[in-house]
Design a protein around this ligand. Structure first.
Ligand SMILES: [Zn+2]
Length: 277
């Protein structure tokens, strides 16, 4: 129901209109079935002119304070409609959106959610299991057809070892391009979804991008491949005019990285493929 508030009280300077204007909230009269919750107010009213049946006043119209309310309405829609099935699993239980219409026409909105703990902090403290749970929580939201839009530590709460995602102010419809699961500790790969890549980086899901040959050099993990030995040794010329002396050590490092790569590559396809619920 749209409403209008008038202030201050105005009297006609010439006394034709002695009655005061109402200060209570006026409800909008609709000519059709349209009904919107918008609250207008007009301040600084002055008498403008009149005839025998009507009077005209002039004042400043304050447009509806929609932003606060609509932001919450969008968020409430996310909890109560679009992601309803994820309540109590990866998003908090939502008890509803409550609104208070103040005298000045301002709308205060309160979205009431179940307690889901505190925001997560340092991902170095996360176990691989916890990292997987965060990734899965975001997958669920994506496969329900939405991106979060503002994924950060502040918007991931931890309750008894379970992550809950909050703050869907900027959530948008989304068709997720992720086809295969991300396994914690595997080498960084393209997932086909920007927000999932962000999520993986946030929880430090990938293997470290750098690998140290202790005391000598730090290689990029992606460079450590069989068949790439000459290129790898060329980085060590500054340590020794004959970098081939390091060959056995570099080969050992390459074998470690390749073995790990192989382990992830050999995960059966049925475990890798994502089947949205
Ligand atoms: Zn996605």
């Amino acid at each position: 129901m749209a409403s209008l508030c008038l202030s201050p009280l105005v009297r006609s300077p010439r006394g034709q209109w002695r009655e005061t204007l109402p200060t209570c909230k006026l409800e909008r009269y609709y000519l059709d079935d349209t009904d919107m919750t918008l609250h207008y107010s007009i301040s600084g009213l002055e008498f403008f002119c009149s005839n025998s049946k009507t009077a005209v006043y002039k004042g400043s119209l304050k447009l509806p304070d929609q932003e606060d309310a609509s932001v919450f309405e969008h968020e409430a829609d996310m909890y109560e409609i679009h992601l309803r099935d994820l309540q109590d699993r990866v998003i908090p239980h939502c008890y509803g959106l409550f609104q208070y219409n103040a005298e000045d026409g301002k709308v205060s909105s309160f979205l009431v959610l179940g307690d889901c703990g505190s925001p997560i902090d340092d991902p170095r403290n996360f176990t691989n299991l916890y990292k997987s749970k965060v990734i899965d929580a975001v997958y669920f939201i994506h496969f329900a057809g939405f991106t979060h839009g503002d994924l950060s530590y502040h918007n991931i709460l931890n309750k008894d070892g379970c992550p809950f995602i909050i703050d869907f102010e900027t959530a948008k419809p989304h068709v997720c391009g992720v086809k295969e699961k991300l396994f914690i500790g595997e080498e960084r790969k393209e997932l086909g979804c920007t927000e999932m890549m962000r999520c993986a980086a946030l929880v430090r899901a990938w293997a470290n991008s750098y690998v140290k040959l202790e005391g000598i050099y730090t290689f990029l993990r992606v460079d450590l491949r069989r068949g790439n030995m000459d290129y790898l040794l060329s980085h060590l010329r500054h340590c020794n005019s004959d970098p081939t002396v390091y060959r056995p050590y570099v080969e050992q490092l390459v074998e470690q990285v390749e073995a790990r790569r192989e382990r992830y590559r050999n995960i059966p396809l049925e475990e890798r493929l994502i089947v949205p619920e």
